[in-house]
Design a protein around this ligand. Structure first.
Ligand code: PGA
Length: 285
């Protein structure tokens, strides 16, 4: 079997930072500093900044290849849900969305079943999904990391193994892809590494990427999940990206704090570009 060549992806999660007044300028600065055609770049600003970032990137030649993502979405399409944002509302504002981030699992009590509903809503409007999974420190110390991540993947993706996005035209950059890679990227983010300055080891992240793909295979995903990109997330910076990009099982990074810093993003995307070009050179054509 010829293994599908997976894209290299760097996604920035701005969390609750920036404002409509400054987000567009930051996005353009990052776009210019990371102008690397071989790397899929995604910026996920707060909801209220989505339009500003979209417009600023569209007006900037270096910004046209940078995708815009939401950080979350509601599991219903409309209704009496004060303060929430649904998938249809994101049409035209974003082409990607993060789901199941550990901060939402922690602060909003999101379960795998809820995350599964959110993914369904995202697919109905053609959004590409970055599903976040990862164990707590006590899980790792108790030797449960693999089981926790396997359960999260299985629960979040239950009965989605044969799903294709409803609106394929809205899904950019996935021409010729039949499997879940057309809509799914998984970010392995050990919770103890997020915002702590402490990263996982590259080999451990690669091992977990293997667990994730094996689980996709067990769930019946096409290609045994081998075509689905798996990113590492948790204190990724220009100084820490190398050990992850050196792992063939890891296809890029979901970057939090450092994604607000153009210098850091420039270094991260430049390193990701080396891997992307090495893969393109090595792949059978
Ligand atoms: P961090 O966040 O890079 O600030 O650790 C990563 C994330 O939460 O996705």
């Amino acid at each position: 079997m010829i293994r599908p060549m997976r894209p290299v992806i760097v996604a920035g999660n701005w969390k609750m930072h920036t404002s409509p007044a400054d987000a567009g300028e930051l996005a353009v600065t990052i776009a210019r500093r990371t102008d690397e055609r071989d790397v899929v770049r995604v910026l996920c600003p707060p909801y209220v900044c989505l339009a500003a970032v979209r417009d600023a990137l569209a007006a900037e030649p270096a910004g046209r290849d940078v995708a815009v993502g939401a950080q979350n979405l509601h599991h219903e399409v409309a209704g009496a849900y004060t303060g929430e944002v649904s998938a249809p509302m994101l049409r035209g504002l974003a082409t990607w969305t993060i789901v199941g981030h550990s901060e939402r699992r922690r602060d909003a009590g999101e379960t795998d079943a809820l995350v599964n509903e959110k993914i369904r809503r995202a697919l109905e409007v053609g959004l590409r999904v970055i599903l976040c999974v990862g164990e707590q420190l006590e899980d790792r110390e108790a030797g449960r990391a693999e089981a926790v991540v396997r359960d999260q993947v299985a629960g979040s993706l239950r009965d989605l193994e044969t799903v294709a996005p409803a609106d394929r035209e809205a899904v950019d950059g996935t021409e010729g892809t039949d499997g879940a890679a057309a809509w799914l990227t998984i970010a392995y983010e050990p919770v103890w590494a997020i915002g702590t300055g402490r990263t996982a080891r590259g080999v451990d992240a690669a091992e977990m990427a293997g667990v994730i793909r094996r689980t996709l295979g067990e769930l019946g995903f096409l290609e045994g999940g081998e075509d689905v990109p798996v990113l590492y997330g948790g204190s990724v910076t220009g100084a820490t990206i190398d050990e992850f990009m050196a792992e063939p099982a890891i296809d890029g990074a979901l970057v939090g704090g450092a994604s607000l810093k153009p210098d850091e993003m420039a270094a991260i995307v430049a390193r990701a570009g080396l891997t992307a070009r090495a893969r393109a050179g090595a792949s059978p054509r």
